[in-house]
Design a protein around this ligand. Sequence first.
Ligand SMILES: [Ca+2]
Length: 142
Amino acid sequence: MTRKLFSLILATLVVALPVVSQAKRARTETGEYNTIRADTDPNGPSTKGHLSNGVDFTPRKGERFVSVVLADKSGLPTRAVIQQDYDGDGVADVSTEMCGATDAPVAFRKGIDLIVLTQEGPCEDGTAATSTFGTVTATFTR
Ligand SMILES: [Ca+2]
């Protein structure tokens, strides 16, 4: 009886340990943006240019903070905001500025999608910046 119980406890620990370490690990997700409009494309209207200056991310259960990095093909930093629409009216209720990347993990309200929107022009501190096309990398932590 004791031996069976011990085996059961051991089996539970072996199964549970990877789950716990997985839960503490940060999760990274990427998305592409492209602010080059088809009608201003030097090659003329085409299917390769589409207007999309943002990337949506859906946080998972337990995630509370996000760090964001933008890699623009221009090589310059990209001004962006992280937004959440708490009441679903299509208007952002919170907006956090960044210049190329977040300085520190940003707390967000759980259960609501995050939208990372690139902005035209320089960053708030005057740093030269632009938005052409590139990748948004979001790292979620608990
Ligand atoms: Ca709103």
